[in-house]
Design a protein around this ligand. Structure first.
Ligand code: PLP
Ligand code: CA
Length: 304
């Protein structure tokens, strides 16, 4: 094998790769949209891929929305043919994991927003009610529920010291599972700002509990297993397209998929090349097979 990876492609080269695949897995933020701004051409690309008989999936570490709200977002941004069954979020997959893999018998203490809570509810996984604490409750003396068998941490804009304190108490019990929706460190916002990701909250709890979380979202293989349990997926005929090397591209490598970096999001060509040229062999799984400027470039390749 020659130097593998980071092959910048366009036009007919894109077409050849897509021709060889049956399943296309898209990361969402940084690939098909940035926040509330759609990547130009993305809705048409999805439609054309489907018209050509491909199966399309959306694999996102964003746990803030339940699946049904993603359907609304897709349609708001101009996608006309995306259905709930194609959307796999770290919240949805965390609920599936708790129900089908861990088969958790008891309640789940959730640090996370509406998306996580709603997906757990929909999956029939009981969660600890988030009641407001009474006047005699302090961070030195707070009530704990007796039957908590898992702690799940995801992005939570209402993260507090109290939630951290309760979570690390539950984790004192070694029978209590410790799960994280995703390991993302931060996310870009507009105007050069960033917001801390689930990974930063998980890191706080890992330190406080002296335990390591099991990650459900990318780069964990579980996201792929979750899709594969519902659709018959041949990894060799599947392509993962993402914008973050440490999650999306590693995810693809972990699952045996060909990988494509798009430059409309977080990671750059230079970072990909640094991983490629690094001597550390464990960095090789961060190297994408292919690089495109934007998935909008698929349009020409698909229309010809
Ligand atoms: N989690 C949160 C809270 C986010 O805001 C984002 C991106 O906006 C993500 C995760 C990453 O999502 P994706 O995996 O679609 O890039
Ligand atoms: Ca992304």
């Amino acid at each position: 094998v020659g130097t593998r990876g980071c092959k910048k492609i366009r036009g007919a080269q894109i077409r050849d790769i897509l021709d060889s695949k049956h399943n296309v897995l898209f990361d969402c933020d940084g690939v098909i949209w940035n926040g509330e701004t759609v990547v130009a051409g993305a809705p048409e690309v999805v439609t054309l891929l489907k018209q050509q008989g491909k199966r399309v999936f959306f694999v996102t570490n964003n746990c803030t929305r339940p699946r049904e709200n993603y359907v609304q977002k897709f349609s708001r941004l101009g996608f006309t043919d995306v259905v709930e069954e194609e959307i796999f979020s770290s919240a949805y997959c965390s609920a599936a994991y708790l129900r089908d893999v861990a088969k958790v018998q008891g309640k789940v203490f959730v640090i996370g927003c509406h998306g996580v809570q709603k997906e757990l509810q929909d999956a029939g996984v009981p969660i600890v009610e988030d009641v407001s604490d009474g006047p005699d409750v302090s961070i030195y003396n707070f009530p704990l529920e007796p039957d908590v068998k898992a702690v799940l941490v995801g992005y939570d804009e209402r993260f507090t010291f109290m939630k951290l304190a309760k979570a690390c108490c539950y984790l004192k019990n070694s029978d209590c599972l410790f799960l994280a929706t995703d390991p993302d460190p931060w996310h870009p916002l507009r105007g050069g700002r960033i917001t801390p990701g689930s990974g930063s909250l998980t890191a706080a709890l890992e330190t406080a509990s002296s335990r390591k979380a099991t990650v459900i979202g990318k780069p964990s293989r579980f996201m792929f297993e979750c899709i594969a349990s519902q659709f018959d997926l041949d990894p060799a005929r599947s392509l993962m397209i993402g914008d973050r090397l440490e999650t999306d591209i590693l995810f693809g490598a972990n699952c045996g998929l060909d990988t494509m970096l798009t430059l409309t999001g977080v990671s750059t060509m230079e970072e990909a090349q640094q991983y490629r040229d690094s001597d550390a062999s464990e960095k090789k799984d961060f190297v994408p097979d292919y690089v495109v400027e934007t998935i909008g470039d698929f349009l020409q390749a698909l229309e010809d």
